[in-house]
Design a protein around this ligand. Structure first.
Ligand SMILES: [Zn+2]
Length: 219
């Protein structure tokens, strides 16, 4: 079944130009608009909607990783953005490197309606990106996780229902995961597409698969 979309307030000049093109091509204005919509949807569906976890121990190593990520994301024209507490050395570095700060101030990890707050931060980043694929480092979740990893996981799950186009990276410190225990740690893993562990300046990818006990006895 087809539905109607109303295109409002098109500039007179653009309308005239479109009319001329439509006449030349022997097509209707409607089909030009439909074609543009199809192209937009196709282009948007080709943008990855990735959501990865980065586990780090030492802030110095994380800063080195961010410097490298800055280089790659600049070359590939990603919309570079972040959110997180302004006291974090990583957010300080990213500010210096010219990344867009999506944090809505005032921010506190234990503030009321933190889930709605995080949703608004993502909306802000997406709006500011103006359609350019986003590369975002989210330091808010790692911050919330220090007090309650369970709450951070709930927000992660919420993000998965409405991801923004591009790459979302969530750095968590090892201590946060270990303090919370295996149950929560695994729940956090499940909410991410890929898990990376930063060892010194080396990035390692972690593969987590559920196994049957009989696998322990196989070669
Ligand atoms: Zn995440």
């Amino acid at each position: 079944m087809t539905k109607k979309i109303l295109v409002r307030e098109v500039d007179e000049q653009i309308h005239a130009q479109l009319g001329e093109i439509a006449d030349e091509m022997g097509v209707s204005l409607n089909s030009i608009v439909k074609d543009a919509l199809d192209k937009w949807i196709k282009q948007r569906s080709q943008i990855p909607h990735k959501h990865d976890l980065i586990i780090y121990d030492d802030e110095k190593n994380l800063l080195n990783l961010l410097r490298s990520m800055d280089r790659f994301s600049r070359e590939d024209n990603w919309f570079r953005s972040f959110c997180g507490p302004s006291s974090h050395s990583a957010t300080k570095l990213l500010t210096k490197l010219g990344w867009f700060d999506g944090t809505i101030n005032p921010y506190q990890s234990n503030q009321k309606d933190i889930e709605a707050y995080c949703g608004n931060v993502m909306k802000r980043v997406e709006k500011e990106s103006k359609g350019v694929s986003v590369c975002c480092m989210d330091f808010i979740l790692g911050d919330i996780g220090q007090n309650s990893l369970k709450q951070a996981i709930t927000i992660e799950a919420g993000y998965n229902k409405n991801r923004i186009p591009g790459l979302m990276f969530c750095p968590y410190q090892t201590k946060t995961l270990l303090d919370a225990g295996i149950e929560h740690m695994m729940d956090l893993f499940i909410e991410h597409d890929q898990i990376f562990v930063l060892k010194g300046d080396e990035l390692h990818k972690l593969h987590v698969t559920k196994e049957n006990i009989h696998k322990l006895f196989m070669n």
